[in-house]
Design a protein around this ligand. Structure first.
Ligand SMILES: C[S@@+](CC[C@H](N)C(=O)[O-])C[C@H]1O[C@@H](n2cnc3c(N)ncnc32)[C@H](O)[C@@H]1O
Length: 267
């Protein structure tokens, strides 16, 4: 979406979005109270934020083939063949800011997730946040650019994250064998390749392997018209019960005991 479409979309979302007092579903009320809006000690993430700060200072250039949907620039986006970006640029613009990284950490903890999949590792900053919430479980994360995955590996070593399995390769190659593990996924976080058609194909595969009490999280649901269409198709899927639209991020729950309901929540 271009900036004007995004602004219109925000106004529409804001007008219908709720805070804690506007929600009656006990499941969603408890989630908002104890997870979405929960207060948190930020000091436990200091080691990760030091890694982010170190990356933001690094002006070394990386040249790679972008495996995602390309870059959005005002009204257009393009899939480039090879692109050159500094580590600093990627660290400043492609990673979840601390507020959202902390939310992902809280979601993993609140639902006591043990088996987590992240699509789109980048430098592993958000992976590291999630890793801190998973005491006796594992995170599988997939990154399509070798040089970026190498840096993520370094981050995981520097802060002693030893519950992360990093897979290198494009999602379409890696997912078919990674997705079908013996355990269902408790949490799946998609933060790479914002092409709606591709996202739907990942969803169709992954929905067969999600725990019924699990959660899927989609980043940048309004990034492009195709992402927005994909989000709406996902909401209507028969296995999906509850969804929460946080404007930038969409949460999807599958518990069949919950009646189908779509929320827009302020965050
Ligand atoms: C937005 S970044 C992820 C940020 C990360 N989750 C964080 O917040 O710290 C998306 C990453 O996904 C990777 N990616 C995009 N499309 C991909 C694909 N089709 N296969 C594999 N990796 C892909 C990109 O190389 C990029 O590093």
């Amino acid at each position: 979406m271009n900036n004007l479409q995004m602004l219109k979309s925000y106004i529409k979302w804001y007008a219908t979005s709720k805070n804690l007092h506007g929600v009656h579903s006990p499941f969603m009320y408890n989630f908002m109270d104890q997870c979405l809006y929960a207060r948190q000690d930020k000091s436990i993430f200091e080691d990760i934020e030091l890694q982010r700060a170190r990356l933001i200072k690094n002006r070394q250039m990386l040249t790679f083939k972008d495996p995602g949907a390309g870059t959005r620039n005002g009204t257009t986006w393009k899939q480039s063949d090879f692109t050159s970006k500094s580590i600093r640029q990627i660290a400043k613009h492609s990673l979840q800011p601390p507020k959202y990284a902390r939310l992902l950490h809280r979601i993993a903890g609140y639902f006591q997730c043990k088996n987590i999949l992240e699509m789109g590792t980048s430098f592993g900053i958000t992976t590291a946040y999630i890793s801190k919430a998973v005491k006796d479980g594992n995170i599988t994360t997939i990154e399509g650019v070798e040089s970026i995955a190498d840096i993520a590996d370094g981050v995981f070593n520097n802060i002693n994250c030893n519950n992360i399995n990093l897979h290198r390769g494009v999602f379409s190659d890696v997912l078919p064998y990674v997705a079908v593990g013996t355990l269902p996924w408790d949490m799946i976080y998609l933060d790479g390749n914002h092409n709606g058609k591709d996202v739907l194909s990942y969803f169709s595969l992954l929905v067969k392997h999600i725990n019924t009490e699990g959660v899927m999280i989609f980043d940048d649901i309004r990034w492009s018209p195709s992402m927005w269409e994909a989000w709406n198709e996902i909401k209507n899927h028969r296995q999906v019960s509850v969804t929460a639209d946080l404007f930038f991020m969409g949460l999807v729950f599958f518990n069949p005991a919950l009646s189908k309901e779509h929320f827009s929540l302020r965050f």
